[in-house]
Design a protein around this ligand. Structure first.
Ligand code: FAD
Length: 181
């Protein structure tokens, strides 16, 4: 989608395909096309790219929605987007996290509790918060690794050419086989 959008709007992209946006989060020359979140290459006040974080996406989405409403109401455009950095949180183990929130640094269980509380609060609908909380508690208490991101070889990592060539070399029929990805 990013590639198609960039091609059709002649937008500039960076090496990972993010679309360069102006301070209003719109594509240059296309003031009605807003790009927010991971797809957008937006810069902070120092000209540094904003990180690919949920907060950047949430704040960008809110800004874009407000800007569209104001445009539809024929009101003057809102001021450029500014990202408000609320800090960083990362889970580093079971019931353990590190947190840097509004200048306060926490680690271990207290940081993990902050992580849980903040993430639950950002989930829409009260019912979903309760369901997610029960699911997380169950997965943590039963040591279910699915609650954490521990990955191994996925089905998509299957290397067709490698597998086929090993089968072919075992069968000794390599001269008659053309490998295509
Ligand atoms: C493993 C991992 C861990 C992360 N951990 C953190 C963290 O701890 N803290 C943090 O702040 N951020 C974290 N992030 C980053 C965070 O998830 C992203 O910055 C955020 O989700 C970006 O939001 P978004 O709305 O731009 O994109 P997404 O959340 O990716 O949403 C894009 C949506 O668009 C859909 N979509 C894609 N193409 C199409 C299409 N052609 N048509 C229709 N729908 C489409 C996708 O299915 C998806 O639902 C993590 C990311 C990853 C991958």
């Amino acid at each position: 989608m990013g590639k198609t959008l960039a091609k059709r709007t002649n937008a500039e992209t960076d090496k990972i395909g993010r679309i360069k946006v102006d301070p209003q989060l719109t594509i240059a020359g296309h003031p009605d096309i807003y790009v927010v979140g991971d797809l957008a290459l937006s810069l902070d006040s120092n000209g540094k790219p904003l990180p690919g974080l949920a907060q950047v996406a949430i704040q960008g989405g809110t800004y874009g929605a407000k800007a569209i409403v104001l445009k539809l109401q024929d009101k003057k455009e809102i001021s450029p987007f500014t990202y408000f950095d609320k800090g960083s949180l990362a889970v580093i183990g079971r019931w353990s996290a590190v947190a840097n929130v509004f200048g306060f640094h926490l680690s271990g269980l207290p940081a993990w509790l902050v992580w849980v509380f903040i993430h639950l609060m950002y989930i829409v609908q009260f019912q979903s918060r309760i369901l997610v909380f029960i699911q997380w508690a169950f997965e943590d208490l039963t040591f279910n690794l699915g609650a954490r991101l521990i990955t191994w070889t996925a089905a998509t990592d299957f290397n067709f050419n490698k597998e086929l060539s090993s089968v072919v070399s075992k069968s000794g029929a390599s001269d008659n086989v053309v490998l295509k990805a």
